[in-house]
Design a protein around this ligand. Structure first.
Ligand code: DX5
Ligand code: ZN
Length: 219
């Protein structure tokens, strides 16, 4: 199943609620929420109270991406605020097993992410325990960077490992530089959930760009 998850990092923060609606009307099934703490990554973005407000009028799946040093400490806040998927980084300071279990206990779907320099094998011990793997296709921290095509062997290796283990329903998400020029490459490598920030939000017509992305991902 092909899923488009617009990254709200690229929207006008003063119009976030309206932008969520516009994306949903355009056909986006998920909404990607980038949480940055100014420590794990240099930037600071938004926290759980913003998600809680958005959720009052949101029909899409809340896809929370924690780029923070200690996710274990904050997953409860995001679960209570209405997160559906919670992604944390294997490179963070929290114990991955404990973090996955806590996310599951809170009723959310756990997802584990790797930065560009982290090999696929780093998340192999956790594959049976998560619903999604997020492969970063840029260095996390900022929107609008160029897609790293050299991450495709990593996507492929994770998809192959999942298939080998019978994990046929695993979502593999890619995040960073996804546009109508790059989405097919990521889809061919095995990704099925596509985060896109600047490419979607700079387009004048949300429905047109989301439809185009879905079509190009169908390879
Ligand atoms: C980067 C964030 C991404 C970012 C993607 O650290 O995790 O979600 O918003 O933005 P684009 O699509 O512009 O690369
Ligand atoms: Zn993200």
């Amino acid at each position: 199943m092909i899923i488009i998850s617009p990254s709200l990092l690229s929207c006008d923060f003063a119009k976030m609620g309206a932008e969520v609606k516009r994306m949903e009307e355009g056909g986006a099934q998920w909404m990607h929420i980038d949480v940055m703490d100014g420590h794990f990554v240099p930037n600071i973005t938004i926290g759980a109270p913003v998600l809680k407000s958005l959720k009052k009028d949101m029909n899409s799946v809340a896809d929370v991406h924690l780029m923070i040093t200690d996710p274990l400490k904050y997953v409860e806040d995001f679960a209570k605020a209405g997160a559906d998927y919670i992604t944390f980084h294997v490179e963070s300071d929290s114990d991955p097993l404990e973090t996955i279990n806590k996310i599951r206990e809170l009723g959310c779907k756990p997802s584990i992410s790797v930065k560009p320099k982290t090999p696929a094998e780093a998340i192999f011990p956790y594959l049976e325990l998560v619903d999604m793997v997020l492969v970063m296709t840029v260095e996390p921290g900022f929107g609008g960077q160029s897609f790293m095509e050299d991450m495709m062997p990593k996507v492929k290796a994770i998809r192959e490992e999942c298939e080998k283990r019978g994990l046929h329903d695993m979502h593999i998400e890619v995040d960073g530089g996804i546009s109508s020029d790059t989405i097919a490459t990521a889809a061919k490598a095995g990704a099925n959930v596509f985060v896109s920030g600047s490419a979607i939000f700079k387009a004048p017509d949300a429905k047109a760009i989301i439809t185009e992305l879905k079509e190009k991902a169908a390879v």
